[in-house]
Design a protein around this ligand. Structure first.
Ligand code: M6R
Length: 603
């Protein structure tokens, strides 16, 4: 959801257009509808080229490749303020043409700022909030004559969560500001670059500075200065060598990132299991959970589903109730009852989801309680505002549908529930953690074997149900979310016991209903299956091998584990692959489903 990258060289570079294009491609996984570049040459001339559409189309149409320059910015925009159009595409200039800039996030008081700016004579080209930033800076520069002061004072007028990049045409420096959205600075060989997203910097360097909220950076070709956004005072910060491989952001031999990332799950699970066994933070997290009288847990989309699975793990294994809600519902549901010794677990792959950040904000407002975040992106806004960060160690996930990160979130919660129970001296069920990578590999293999047969059974339907019971309920919800997201058909995940209370009436000859079951829950599920079978529906069951379940199913997908705690993880792999293949068969690019974005940084 929006993203920018900016770079400054000591001399004019003929490859500027190519460099920006490559960075834009890296940003593209976040989802967007317009693409644009702004380049400043050695004489201070500014050239902006932007349009509606994918980066490849816009770059070709507007010949990015021919752009040379000393400073450059690329921005991909996901429309919020203003329709996707050339005038709303970024980067923007101010009225004087002195300032060039772009942003990520939302300036929520844009309507009021526009009125103020227009009534004082500013000419805005479109409705976009990014453009407003440039005009506000223009005003404060007129008053102060100083970029640092213009930024300190100007950003006080900008409400919302955002990060932005600004440069003055005739200066050999750029500025980036972090106020709620993620921001990184990277040191290349003789140059610096900055971005709202780490993936676009990794092509250049692993020497990274992760900015915290309320900081801004001035950078040139051979220096950077971090300052406090409130006061302008200098903050001492150093670059760090980060341990991320550029291979993570390449597709390699896979046709799509989604498929690559599903296939990476066994290896990422292996890394996480290794990390958790030797790292005290997970231990500290469990101590906090065990010591807190009330624990709340929240997330959005896939992260909500892993959090829900986590609540099942905790209540069943360690007897601890985690109070769960959608991030977007937390304020309404739980905020009125919060107390000072409450604990919050915020689950977010990106660590940037606005709904989850809102929960952290309201939690901070209402209680003295601590926040644990479960994140993949360690430099993210939510990670930075938490008291304790629990990494899921999945490496960057590019594809919009979350896959390998769901798996690692679930493994993390399972491990923590076990640890929590052990610390309470409870009897702990046997979980073969060391076998999980193998189970995931086998899950992929088996799913690929059955997926064509299942596609034949369901492809002519534009709707179906996926039903789970107990531990497999979150897998049913997650399976349905993947199908909706990547296949654009209505799949509904539901508790199988609820199906007879209304939805059953939809079933007719061959209507597909998926069931996900553990062995221990099979007697309930067998009864729910019969309800569908007797109405001639097509029953597709995803479960550990079991003659009775197999007997009543039209198609049976045998999972490679009968451990009830691992069945939901293994079953989710099947639905990820089903969604992937169904989507690709229908000509959909699963990495970039329409209308949505990898990181939802708006309310
Ligand atoms: O980065 P987050 O985990 O906070 O993202 C939350 C959801 O937007 C995300 O999981 C979304 O549901 C996925 N794209 C689904 O595949």
């Amino acid at each position: 959801m929006c993203g920018f990258f900016g770079i400054i060289y000591s001399d004019e570079r003929r490859e500027m257009g190519e460099v920006l294009f490559k960075a834009g491609k890296r940003l593209s996984y976040r989802g967007y509808d317009t693409s644009g570049v702004g380049v400043v040459d050695g004489s201070g001339n500014v050239e902006i080229r932007k349009d509606v559409g994918k980066i490849e189309e816009v770059a070709e149409k507007h010949r990015f490749a021919e752009l040379s320059g000393k400073k450059g910015i690329i921005q991909l925009r996901w429309a919020t303020f203003g329709v996707p159009s050339v005038r709303n595409a970024q980067p923007h200039k101010d009225c004087t043409g002195e300032f060039l800039g772009a942003h990520n996030g939302n300036i929520i008081n844009t309507p009021a700022l526009r009125m103020r700016l227009e009534s004082s004579g500013h000419k805005l080209m479109g409705e976009n909030d990014g453009e407003v930033i440039l005009h506000v800076i223009e005003d404060y520069y007129k008053i102060t004559g100083d970029m640092v002061q213009a930024i300190v004072q100007g950003t006080k007028d900008l409400e919302g969560d955002f990060a932005c990049i600004i440069t003055k045409r005739d200066e050999d420096r750029m500025f980036v500001v972090k106020k709620g959205s993620s921001l990184f600075l990277g040191k290349g060989d003789g140059y610096y670059c900055a971005s709202s997203d780490l993936a676009s910097i990794l092509d250049h360097t692993k020497q990274i500075l992760t900015l915290s909220d309320g900081e801004f950076v001035e950078f040139g070709t051979d220096y950077f200065i971090v300052r406090d956004l409130d006061t302008g005072e200098i903050i001492e910060k150093n670059l760090e060598e980060i341990d991320l491989d550029i291979g993570t952001v390449e597709k390699g031999s896979f046709p799509h990132f989604m498929l690559k990332e599903i296939y990476e799950s066994p290896q990422k699970a292996h890394s996480l299991i290794g990390l958790m066994s030797g790292n005290v933070v997970y231990d500290e997290g469990v101590d906090l959970i065990n010591a807190s009288p009330r624990v709340f847990i929240t997330g959005a989309g896939t992260s909500y589903h892993s959090a829900l699975l986590g609540t099942y793990y905790f209540s069943r294994i360690s007897g601890k109730l985690l109070n769960i809600s959608f991030a977007s519902d937390f304020r309404e549901f739980y905020a009125p009852v919060l107390e000072d010794d409450d604990l919050l677990i915020a689950v977010s792959q990106s660590g940037e989801t606005k709904d989850v950040k809102n929960v952290c904000d309201v939690f901070r407002e209402k209680t003295e309680g601590k926040i644990i975040s479960v994140v993949n992106n360690l430099g993210s806004t939510i990670a930075l505002l938490s008291d304790l960060v629990l990494p899921i160690a999945s490496d960057i996930e590019i594809s919009v549908p979350a896959t390998k990160t769901f798996v690692n979130q679930a493994i993390l919660f399972l491990n923590m529930a076990v640890l929590s129970a052990k610390k309470k001296m409870l009897n702990v069920p046997t979980i073969p953690f060391e076998k999980i990578p193998w189970i995931l590999e086998k899950s992929i293999e088996i799913s690929e074997e059955y997926v064509d047969k299942v596609i034949q059974a369901v492809d002519r339907f534009n709707e179906f149900y996926i039903l789970g019971y107990g531990l497999t309920y979150p897998a049913a919800l997650e399976g349905a979310l993947k199908v909706k997201e990547v296949v654009y058909v209505h799949a509904e995940g539901m508790y199988s016991g609820e199906f007879k209370h209304g939805p059953l009436s939809i079933v007719h000859q061959d209507y597909p209903v998926f069931f996900v079951s553990t062995i221990e829950d099979k007697f309930f599920v067998l009864s729910h299956i019969q309800e569908v079978k007797t109405r001639l529906g097509k029953v597709i069951t995803v479960a550990p091998e079991d003659p009775e379940l197999e007997e009543v199913s039209d198609i049976f997908i045998p999972l490679p584990t009968d451990n009830p705690y691992l069945v939901p993880i293994s079953a989710t792999i099947f639905f990820q692959l089903l969604a992937y293949h169904l989507g690709v068969n229908r000509g959909i690019d699963p990495d970039f489903p329409k209308n949505i974005s990898k990181t939802i940084t708006v309310d």
